[in-house]
Design a protein around this ligand. Structure first.
Ligand SMILES: Nc1ncnc2c1ncn2[C@@H]1O[C@H](COP(=O)(O)OP(=O)(O)OP(=O)(O)O)[C@@H](O)[C@H]1O
Length: 242
């Protein structure tokens, strides 16, 4: 579970305030115009940015001053997730041990996850030998090996083609169900919002302007306008699942 109580942070040109919670096992989509503060918010939750005020509670524990490595959080970015000079196996191993020295049990676990993400036959390859989707799979695999219950995704699939993206979403859904992860995902692409988990937070100018069902955003014209979806049509996929 994620709780932010009156958490504030200010850059020179932008002040931000966050006050919300995400239940254990929930998936929340974070939307908002460029510069609204989405990445800053993820970095505050992960511990890479220390807030000026407020309290951050993760899984019932106050982590406001806890360093990133000790928080129950892993974070996946759009790119730059992998070390290019290391093999897939070594990149995965980093999720378990910074020195990549694994016990037999850890190695078994790594192989289990490699199978789970469909890359067991690619362990000796380097990132340059993989497709974009395969690289993101390795990055997801590493997050799973870190075994932290909160997963933050900062536009993780925006550089992938529609087919790969769909594949990654399926994998993410399976992993979410299997590991009961709490997930916060930043996206600019509205089709990324999954209907079965359609709570979204909309950030505008560093504040949460909307917290609720994506399908109802259009009842809030100011918010819809900021997202550029004032005349957006809820598509079939969503209607079928409503
Ligand atoms: N290191 C920094 N120093 C100063 N200002 C910053 C810094 N990082 C971000 N900002 C400013 O803070 C605001 C929020 O930035 P942030 O990257 O969190 O927005 P975002 O919603 O993730 O944007 P995008 O969708 O473009 O990635 C912006 O106005 C940005 O210019």
């Amino acid at each position: 579970m994620i709780e932010l109580h009156q958490v504030s942070y200010a850059y020179q040109n932008q002040s931000m305030m966050f006050n919300f919670s995400v239940a254990k096992g929930e998936i929340v989509t974070l939307l908002g115009p460029s510069g609204a503060g989405k990445s800053t918010l993820l970095n505050i939750i992960a511990g890479f940015i220390a807030p000026n005020h407020g309290q951050i509670i993760l899984n019932g524990k106050d982590v406001t001053t806890t360093p990133p490595a000790k928080r129950p959080v892993s974070i996946l970015f759009q790119d730059n997730n992998l070390f290019t000079h290391l093999t897939v196996e070594q990149n995965l191993a980093l999720g378990i041990s910074p020195g990549m020295k694994l016990t037999p049990e850890q190695r078994t676990n790594l192989h289990h996850i490699a199978k789970r993400i469909g890359l067991i036959d690619y362990l000796d390859k380097h990132p340059a030998q993989l497709s974009g989707g395969q690289r993101q799979r390795v990055a997801i695999g590493r997050c799973l090996l870190i075994r932290r219950p909160i997963l933050l995704l900062d536009e993780p699939f925006s550089s992938l083609d529609p087919k790969l993206k769909n594949e990654m979403f399926c994998l993410l859904k399976e992993i979410h169900a299997e590991y009961q992860l709490t997930i916060v995902m930043v996206t600019h692409q509205l089709d990324d919002i999954d209907i079965s988990h359609n709570r979204c937070l909309v950030l505008i100018d560093g504040k949460i302007a909307y917290d609720g069902d994506f399908k109802k955003i259009q009842q809030y014209p100011d918010v819809a306008l900021h997202l550029g979806i004032a005349s957006y049509k809820i598509n079939k996929r969503w209607q079928n699942n409503s």
